[in-house]
Design a protein around this ligand. Structure first.
Ligand SMILES: Cc1cc2nc3c(=O)[nH]c(=O)nc-3n(C[C@H](O)[C@H](O)[C@H](O)COP(=O)(O)O)c2cc1C
Ligand SMILES: [Mn+2]
Length: 499
């Protein structure tokens, strides 16, 4: 499978495969575009390019990541479960049984810093996937400065009726740690405030926000470059749950097997993907705040207004005839959930799989990719599932969002909810197999928890119970066919005309 250096190459491929449709009719970026994209996303329909958008010269691309298949293609893989997840697990595994923390130590900082090359030496295979810096790049073909800066000319979308305003929904927000120099890229929505101002909705623990807090403590403004319409593999990295300060540019290179092509921004030394459609450059001024929201979230409810940092845009550069890229949100499933599915085994989840005896796990899209974990285990001892639930509860980071955990046996496919519900219905005894944690701070964004984001967590042991687990008898045998008979039947299957 090929890999792609920019969005246009990827769109060409999609169009050839019938996975990109064009809409020529004039559509309104206020609600109408999202009404179309939302319907397409819900049936894993094609990506869509709106060629004629009310109030703007730019076409709008939507639903790019709205299927498992297209997410797989961004990383040059064909099969989502077999190849993409495998690729990610392999790329993030240290060679020769080393420690996960070794590779995480290496995959940090920007390629622009000498120390990184030294740290990478034990990981020689990674050197070929470092970002490649170009002298000039297509994303700088057209320049807007001073009074010419007006983001009203860009087709920002208002997705849902109660949203606070129109938003930039698919940005790659690139910043540098003002203390250590490490680079971060994340996708954080940006609400329109003025022709050169937006909110920056990076949640408190997100890496861009960490950079900003450090800059504010130092009394400094934080330089920011925002790329819209990027190399699709790099775009996907905007939602990788990487440990701080792993570098999304480098991880993207590892997964693609080729370095991301970048160019230095004009107003700062931040790298931006060379083929980006649009780059917004500017600063987050220290101490400035604005009210953001409401916004129709990835979990299906509106989030209420809150104070965020403010992005002041000082320069806009674009390709000739740029394309605007938007994301949809709302109740699962939308493209965020397909993107998150690809990366569910990164970060904490991957560690859990190594240490806790978990054989597979599903960060269920039904739980908005965060709130429901279904894990299978090869049960080794009585109450093994309970041990695992306790271990997940003790994890920090991404695992803290998991509100509900279901543990099943290893022969249940965690991604097949019919199988999971069968195990749940047949194996769970409510007086013995449910665990409820202490109340604790969990997730300020979860609409079902207290206003302080506080709640208890549910763990369900849906494994088959052993006699030692306080059951009065062994479970009867599962109903399965004799293997010799199955083999014979299969050998005759086609001849018997059974299909
Ligand atoms: C389309 C889309 C929109 C997102 N919007 C936000 C957002 O507004 N705020 C936020 O904190 N995270 C948002 N995320 C999730 C972050 O991008 C994700 O947690 C990412 O790993 C953050 O990068 P970081 O770990 O380097 O901070 C969004 C993800 C996607 C795919
Ligand atoms: Mn990061």
């Amino acid at each position: 499978m090929p890999i792609y250096d920019d969005l246009r190459e990827f769109m060409d491929m999609l169009e050839q495969k019938g996975q990109l449709v064009r809409v020529a009719r004039e559509v309104d970026p206020i609600l109408e575009i999202n009404a179309i994209v939302d319907r397409l996303a819900r049936k894993q329909g094609p990506a869509v390019l709106f060629e004629n958008v009310k109030g703007s010269d730019l076409p709008v691309l939507g639903n790019l990541f709205g299927s498992h298949q297209r997410v797989a293609w961004t990383l040059g893989a064909d099969d989502f479960y077999a190849h993409v997840q495998q690729k990610i697990v392999e790329a993030m595994s240290p060679p020769d049984g080393g420690e996960v923390s070794d590779i995480e130590g290496a995959v940090r900082g920007s390629f622009m810093y000498a120390p990184v090359a030294d740290q990478l030496l034990p990981f020689g295979h990674l050197l070929s996937t470092l970002p490649e810096e170009l002298g000039d790049a297509p994303c700088k073909e057209v320049v807007y400065e001073g009074d010419d800066i007006d983001i009203n000319r860009l087709p920002l979308t208002k997705l849902w009726p109660q949203d606070g305003d129109k938003f930039i929904t698919m940005p790659m927000v690139i910043t540098r740690d003002p203390e250590t120099g490490e680079i971060n890229a994340g996708t954080y929505r940006m609400m329109y405030l003025d022709k050169n101002k937006t909110c920056m909705h990076w949640l408190p623990k997100k890496h861009g926000n960490i950079h900003c807090q450090k800059a504010e403590k130092m009394g400094q403004d934080l330089p920011v470059a925002v790329a819209v319409g990027c190399d699709p593999a790099f775009q996907l990295s905007g939602c990788y749950p990487l440990h701080y300060p792993m570098d999304e540019f480098m991880v993207t290179g590892m997964l693609k097997g080729a370095g991301v092509k970048v160019v230095k921004a004009d107003l700062s030394d931040l790298p931006v993907p060379a083929g980006s459609e649009i780059v917004l450059e500017g600063i987050i001024p220290a101490g400035v705040r604005a009210s953001e929201g409401p916004f129709g979230e990835f979990h299906g409810y509106y989030s209420p207004p809150k104070e965020t940092h403010v992005f002041e845009i000082q320069r806009i550069t674009t390709r000739k005839d740029p394309i605007w890229h938007m994301a949809t949100t709302g109740r699962p499933f939308t493209e965020i959930h397909y993107m998150s599915k690809a990366t569910e085994k990164m970060g904490k989840a991957r560690e859990l799989m190594g240490t806790a005896g978990i054989t597979d796990l599903n960060m269920a899209k039904e739980g908005a990719s965060l709130y429901l974990m279904i894990a299978s285990i090869k049960k080794e001892r009585p109450y093994h599932a309970r041990e695992i639930i306790n271990q997940v509860w003790q994890q920090k980071g991404q695992a803290e969002f998991v509100t509900n955990i279901i543990i099943v046996d290893h022969d249940i496919d965690v991604n097949n909810l019919s199988e999971v519900m069968w195990a749940f219905s047949l194996n769970v005894r409510a007086d013995q197999d449910l665990m409820i944690s202490e109340r604790r701070e969990q997730d300020l964004e979860h609409p079902g928890l207290s206003p302080r984001g506080e709640g208890a967590r549910l763990g369900i042991d849906a494994t088959r119970k052993w006699k030692e687990e306080n059951y009065t008898r062994e479970l009867p045998d599962l109903v399965t066919m004799d293997q010799g008979v199955v083999d014979k039947v299969l050998a005759n299957w086609e001849n018997d005309g059974l299909g």
